[in-house]
Design a protein around this ligand. Structure first.
Ligand code: ADE
Length: 386
């Protein structure tokens, strides 16, 4: 991957590009970084690159012309990034997308910033590294280079960064420990010394959940719960009396795609239930769908299987306050460690331990989503890849 930094302060980058993981990536040719001195494109004998801001408070702004000439001197197509506090806030997903570019150009602003006409005409992405103001774009440029370079295959282990980042996305990292096993009276959690890989893995996930809930619950919208639950998860669907095979097949397919342990279908009427049973069998869905005479019987079955009372989440309109958002539900699922059971169907609001706001539709239900679509959307929010 090629990165070009355009800056009025090239000296900032010297030791950065020689040191540690980035330094090794550069040395091994995995990353090719050039630093362009903006002053070389300055105007006049003094190589002027900035001027007073029009209508401003006397601050200096970097001129559009030197910046543009510096870019025009580069060969081939490139993706131009301009770090600024006004940019979109950088996330790991943005870093992933930047790491796929062949040639990334980072333009460092200074003083009051750069002429907006340059930004409008030459910049592909204006990005901020956080809600605080730095004196220039050099440190953010280093942040971009560091975060992007660790995703280049071969820079950190065997693609470990990429796999781990996507696995743990939306969750904070677990704590880490090294030798000695006891330091100043404080011991390393014994499980880490046990050599039991699956126990260690479980411990890491639990710690990640506890930390995320405690410190950054806002990240949860980006997390798939799939790797963090120690119990199965279920969908309960109250079907209409006339069961349409296509709807059943679609819901069942969604459930298996998202790793649902079982689709539970309560049907009170024995005769109707038998009809459904043969349909399920004709469709080859016996392994993923289970029929019950009532919702209560289905819950008891889950309780027996998981040794924990299911946590039922009705998707529909509750009475005012009872109606909670899906993020709250996500938080609750992680905190209570009961097997979640998402309940769909007509008038199921009173069936759940909680009622989750419906996926879409206005107050008069004019635009209610077909149930098979609602199932997919809900499952994706909780268990989809991120
Ligand atoms: N330049 C100055 N402050 C910045 C920030 N927070 N992010 C990116 N670039 C900046």
């Amino acid at each position: 991957m090629r990165i070009t930094v355009v800056t009025a302060f090239p000296q900032f980058f010297r030791s950065f590009l020689d040191t540690s993981i980035v330094g090794r990536a550069v040395e091994r040719g995995l990353l090719n970084v050039s630093v362009v001195d903006l002053r070389e494109y300055g105007e006049g004998d003094y190589r002027q690159i900035d001027d007073y801001s029009f209508g401003g408070n006397g601050g200096m702004v970097i001129m559009a012309e030197p910046l543009s000439r510096a870019l025009e001197d580069l060969d081939g197509p490139s993706f131009v990034v301009y770090p600024s506090p006004q940019g979109v806030t950088m996330t790991q997903e943005m870093v992933e997308s930047l790491s796929t570019k062949d040639h990334l150009v980072i333009v460092c602003g200074h003083y009051e910033g750069v002429d907006e006409r340059f930004v409008q005409s030459k910049v592909d992405m204006e990005l901020s590294i956080g809600d605080y103001v730095l004196t220039g774009g050099e440190l953010p440029a280093m942040v971009v280079i560091d975060s992007v370079s660790r995703l280049i295959p071969g820079v950190v282990g065997k693609g470990r960064a990429v796999v781990e980042d996507s696995f743990y996305r939306g969750m904070l990292d677990n704590p880490h420990f090294t030798r000695p096993a006891e330091w100043r009276g404080m011991e390393v959690p014994p499980v880490l010394l046990s050599g039991n890989d699956s126990e260690i893995d479980l411990w890491r996930r639990r710690e990640a959940v506890v930390r995320t809930l405690d410190r950054r619950a806002d990240l949860l919208c980006r997390a798939s719960l799939r790797n963090y639950l120690e119990v199965g998860y279920y969908v309960m669907w109250f079907p209409p009396d006339e069961l349409d095979p296509w709807t059943l097949r679609t819901i069942s397919l969604s459930c298996s795609s998202y790793g649902v342990s079982r689709l539970l279908i309560p049907v009170q009427d024995g005769e109707v239930r038998e009809g459904f049973r043969s349909l399920i069998s004709d469709l080859g869905l016996d392994a993923s769908v289970k029929l019950f005479p009532s919702a209560q019987k289905a819950s008891q079955w889950v309780l027996k299987k998981e040794k924990k009372q299911p946590f039922s989440i009705a998707i529909g309109k509750g009475q005012g306050e009872e109606n909670i958002s899906w993020l709250e539900v996500k938080r609750e699922i992680l905190s209570n460690s009961r097997p979640p059971m998402f309940v769909f169907g007509e008038n199921v609001a009173s069936e759940g331990d909680v009622t989750m706001r419906p996926v879409a539709g206005d107050d008069r239900d004019r635009s209610a989503l077909p149930v098979q679509n609602a199932v997919s959307v809900v499952l994706d929010r909780f268990f989809g890849w991120r």
